[in-house]
Design a protein around this ligand. Structure first.
Ligand code: NAD
Ligand code: USQ
Length: 404
């Protein structure tokens, strides 16, 4: 298939592009390097060094003999999106290209506005481009399990049958997201479902859980093919952070009681899920939702698993939760549709944890301990960042003198 990967320079987009290319698809990647810019803004860096996109593409050609086309541009630029979709003429577009950090979106007003404008208008431009260029293009959109929040009933895959005053309908599952970032995904979902209804587009909304891990079969072929690995308090996700914390001797930062339960998946399963979604498109006009995760764990369970797997001494600290979220709750979410398509999950166990810990060991000298503490407090409307040498996006953002 011809597949265009938007956000193809990011943590997931790059290994997905390599995987699809290696599997014989014709792949193009699009990125505006916003993610690299957030690193400059926050004064942090990927734990694993990453090469720039042009070098990545060149090394992939040398290693595999395969070509990946790169398009540099911004999805909020409607004419760039239209031009790129027309020129590449994809059968499927995999859309990763959004600001994806919940804490980043909660820094202050300007970061919340940036996140929603970037994410919602980028996706809207894409919907218009698909409708205009070729409505048969299958949009595979990365959503998030966090769209649902943590209701006190089972979570279904996108839709729920409701009987109300004697009448029954199948309706979109209620959404109770926990950050302005997660809300941007809800807004996207509504826009995509509407575009499928009015223009007859077709789309798969992948409500993905939290991804862990860094190595995939293709990224291991050459150091210049490595993907990023974030551990800082703004972009690092929970399990990747706990592995870094164990290795550098920092107490594992469990927020609150640690009963927050989330769907999780191995980065290698993300690659497989994306290909399965592309190879099995929905009907024209159909909007479908897959819950893309393989297991759920509480934050405290994850911390305990890392303590158990780490060969040295590691301890757990319960910090006041900087977020507004339930610290203990019911959680049971359906996730059968990708399994029905043939997904064979890599489950989280000692081997996977040992391999993540060994990636961290190899790069431990690059860890900046000052970047580990959480810095964004949900209850505040104007956070003062204490990351190492943070600059600010907003002119209104107050910064304290750096202690770097
Ligand atoms: P990432 O930030 O590493 O990658 C996103 C890429 O998109 C970056 O390279 C960035 O530069 C690019 N981008 C952002 N805005 C853009 C724009 N306007 N135009 C062009 N490019 C733009 O994030 P990731 O961890 O790879 O996540 C990818 C997607 O998957 C996101 O949509 C995220 O919400 C979703 N997701 C991620 C996780 C996770 O655990 N990492 C879990 C669930 C869902
Ligand atoms: N947490 C801790 N300690 C930490 C970091 C996080 O206890 O050091 C807790 C958080 O409070 C939260 C949970 O762990 O309850 C998950 O936090 P996270 O930062 O790992 O994940 P989240 O903010 O939900 O966002 C990540 C990705 C996002 C994606 C989402 C999937 O950054 O792009 O959409 O996971 S999901 O969680 O299913 O919505």
């Amino acid at each position: 298939m011809r597949i265009l990967v938007l956000g193809g320079d990011g943590y997931l987009g790059w290994p997905v592009a390599l995987h699809l290319s290696g599997r014989g698809h014709e792949v193009g990647v699009v990125d505006n390097f916003a993610r690299r810019q957030y690193d400059f803004e926050m004064g942090v860096d990927s734990l694993v060094p990453i090469s720039h996109l042009q070098r990545r593409v060149r090394v992939w050609r040398e290693v595999s003999g395969l070509e990946i086309s790169a398009y540099v541009g911004d999805l909020t630029d409607a004419s760039f999106v239209h031009r790129t979709v027309k020129e590449f003429a994809p059968e499927a577009i995999v859309h990763f290209a959004e600001q994806r950090s919940a804490p980043y979106s909660m820094i202050d007003q300007s970061h919340a506005v940036y996140t929603q404008v970037n994410n919602v208008s980028g996706t809207l431009n894409l919907l218009y481009a698909i409708a205009d260029v070729d409505p048969s293009i299958h949009l595979v959109k990365l959503g998030t399990m966090g769209e649902y929040g943590t209701p006190n009933i089972d979570i279904e895959e996108g839709f729920i049958e409701i009987t109300h005053r004697g009448r029954t309908d199948v309706l979109p599952y209620p959404k109770q997201p926990g950050s302005f970032y997660h809300l941007s995904k809800v807004h996207d979902s509504h826009n995509i479902m509407f575009a499928c209804r009015i223009w007859g587009l077709r789309s798969t909304d992948l409500n993905q859980g939290i991804v862990y891990g860094q190595e995939t079969p293709e990224t291991l072929l050459h150091p210049d093919l490595a993907t990023r690995f974030d551990y800082d308090g703004v972009f690092g996700t929970v399990l990747n952070r706990f592995c870094v914390q164990a290795v550098v001797g920092h107490p594992l930062t469990v927020y609150g009681k640690g009963g927050q339960t989330r769907g999780m998946l191995d980065i290698r399963d993300t690659l497989a899920c994306i290909e399965l979604a592309c190879l099995n498109p929905p009907d024209q006009g159909e909007y479908r939702v897959f819950n893309q995760f393989t297991e759920s764990f509480s934050v405290l369970q994850l911390a305990e698993m890392v303590v158990e797997a780490y060969p040295g001494k590691a301890e757990i600290a319960h910090l006041d939760d900087p977020r507004v979220e339930k610290e203990e709750h019911y959680y049971r979410a359906a996730h059968t549709k990708l399994l029905d398509l043939g997904l064979v999950p890599h489950l989280l166990g000692p081997r996977t944890l040992a391999s993540i810990l060994s990636v961290v060991e190899r790069h431990r000298d690059r860890v900046d301990p000052r970047a580990i503490e959480p810095t964004v407090e949900w209850r505040s409307t104007a956070n003062v960042l204490r990351t190492s040498g943070a600059a600010d996006r907003a002119t209104s953002l107050e910064t304290e003198p750096s202690d770097a």
